[in-house]
Design a protein around this ligand. Structure first.
Ligand code: AOS
Ligand code: ZN
Ligand code: ZN
Length: 388
C-alpha cells in the first residue's frame, strides 16, 4: 500500500480549516429546530467550542463570524478570548437575508434607501474586521426574483456592481471581499449571483482584492465542481471554499459525508492548482448540525477534509502524466483511483500520536467530559439564525 511521505505529512501539518461560528448554534429546517444540549449561549461560548475542535485535531485554528448573529459589545474582547483559547477570528459573513426591508433585494434593490442600508451593513462588517483582525468579508446574497417579469435582471446586475464598488472602496490594503454564488434559493426564478461566472464577472470588475467563494453545496446535481476549482485557481480568483455536502439541495451536511469521492476530486484539483496551504485560498466549512452534536460534527468534518487531502496527495503525478501523454485512458484513471482507495486512516492516527495528539480525536473528545459539562452548564443555547 502506498504510504504518505514526509513531504506529504509536512503539507498536512500546515493544513488549516476555518470553522463557522454558526455550526455551533442550534439549527434546523423550516419544519423544526431541535435543540442540542450544551449549545452555546453567546459568541464567546461558540468560540470556546470551536477551540475544542482545534485542540483535538490541530486542524482548525480559525473561526469565521457572522454579523449580526455574532454581534458583541467588544470585538477586542472576543478576539482576546479566541487567542487565549489558541484560535483566531477569521472571515466575517454579512447577512442581508433576515431583515424585512430585504424582501425584494438588498445590494441590487431598486430602492436607494434599502440599497444604502445594505451597503452600510457591509461597511459595519468591515469596521468589525478592523477590530477582529479578519482579512475577508464574505458576501452571500439571497437576492433574485420568483417570476419572469418581476424584475429587470440587467438593471439588478448594474446596481449590484455599484453597491459592491462602494463596499470594495472601504477595504483596507490587507483585506478582501469574497462573493459567494448559489444557483437558486431563496429566489426560484432568477438569482442575482447564481454561478461562478457571474461572481467572477462581478469581482473581476472590482479589482485584485475581490475573489470568488465556492460553496460546494451550491451547484446543480451532476455539476463538475472540480472543474470550477481548476478554472478559478487558473484565473487566480479562488478566494475561499465553503465546504459541506448535499444530497438534494443546499443541505449543509458534513463535508465528505454525501460524496467523499467528490471531495477527493476537488482536493486533487486544489493540489494540482497550487491551492493547498496557499494563503490566498481560505478553506472554510459552511455547515449546520441539525440532529447531531455540534463539536463532534465539526471534528468529523475537519478529519474528512484531512483524510481526503491525504488521499489526493497520494496521486502519483509522474505516472499520471505519463499515462495521460500515452493516451492510456485506463492507466490514467487507475492512478487516480489507487490513491482514492488507499486507506490513510491508520497512518494519520499514528502520525497524530507522534505529534502529541490522540490517534482518534473523536474518541478523545467524547472521553474528555467537555460535552457533559456544557450540557449541564448551558441552558437555553442560541439558534444559529437559520430556521428561526
Ligand atoms: C447560504 O446558502 C450560504 O451558503 C452562506 O454562506 C451563508 O451566508 C452562511 O451559511 C451563513 O452566513
Ligand atoms: Zn455558504
Ligand atoms: Zn449555502
Amino acid at each position: 500500500m502506498t504510504a504518505l511521505s514526509t513531504e506529504h505529512l509536512s503539507a498536512l501539518a500546515q493544513q488549516s480549516v476555518e470553522l463557522p461560528s454558526w455550526a455551533f448554534g442550534n439549527s434546523g429546517t423550516r419544519f423544526r429546530v431541535f435543540a442540542t444540549p450544551g449549545t452555546p449561549r453567546d459568541p464567546f461560548e461558540k468560540i470556546a467550542d470551536a477551540a475544542q475542535v482545534h485542540a483535538y485535531t490541530r486542524l482548525a485554528p480559525v473561526v469565521a463570524l457572522h454579523i449580526p448573529w455574532d454581534r458583541v459589545d467588544s470585538y477586542d474582547a472576543l478576539r482576546r478570548h479566541a487567542e487565549d483559547l489558541g484560535v483566531t477570528l477569521g472571515t466575517v459573513n454579512s447577512n442581508t437575508f433576515q431583515d424585512e426591508d430585504y424582501k425584494f433585494g438588498a445590494l441590487a434593490h431598486h430602492d436607494a434607501r434599502i440599497r444604502r442600508k445594505a451597503i452600510d451593513h457591509h461597511l459595519e462588517c468591515i469596521d468589525i474586521m478592523d477590530e477582529t483582525g479578519s482579512r475577508d468579508l464574505k458576501i452571500w446574497l439571497a437576492e433574485g426574483s420568483n417570476y419572469p417579469g418581476q424584475n429587470d435582471m440587467r438593471d439588478r446586475q448594474d446596481r449590484l456592481q455599484d453597491s459592491l464598488q462602494q463596499i470594495y472602496a472601504r477595504l483596507g490594503d490587507e483585506q478582501r471581499l469574497v462573493l459567494e454564488y448559489k444557483f437558486f434559493e431563496p429566489a426560484f426564478y432568477h438569482t442575482d449571483v447564481p454561478d461562478w461566472g457571474t461572481s467572477y464577472a462581478q469581482v473581476s470588475a472590482l479589482g485584485e482584492k475581490a475573489m470568488v467563494c465556492l460553496d460546494t453545496g451550491h451547484h446543480a446535481p451532476g455539476t463538475n465542481i472540480e472543474f470550477i476549482v481548476m478554472q478559478l485557481l487558473r484565473l487566480g480568483k479562488l478566494g475561499s471554499f465553503d465546504f459541506n455536502s448535499r444530497f438534494y439541495a443546499d443541505d449543509d451536511l458534513i463535508v465528505g459525508a454525501a460524496d467523499p469521492f467528490q471531495l477527493f476530486r476537488i482536493l486533487a484539483e486544489v493540489i494540482r492548482g497550487g491551492g493547498l496551504n496557499n494563503p490566498e485560498v481560505a478553506f472554510m466549512l459552511d455547515q449546520c448540525h441539525n440532529i447531531e452534536d455540534k463539536i463532534p460534527g465539526q471534528i468529523r468534518s475537519v478529519l474528512n477534509v484531512q483524510e481526503m487531502t491525504a488521499r489526493a496527495l497520494l496521486i502519483d503525478r509522474e505516472a499520471l502524466t505519463a499515462a495521460q501523454e500515452a493516451n492510456d485512458v485506463l492507466a490514467a484513471n487507475a492512478v487516480v483511483m489507487d490513491a482514492f482507495y488507499t486507506d490513510v486512516r491508520p497512518q494519520l492516527a499514528a502520525w497524530r500520536e507522534e505529534r502529541g495528539l490522540a490517534g482518534d480525536p473523536m474518541a478523545a473528545y467524547l472521553a474528555s467530559g467537555y460535552q457533559q459539562r456544557i450540557a449541564e452548564e448551558r441552558v437555553g443555547g442560541v439558534q444559529a439564525g437559520w430556521g428561526a
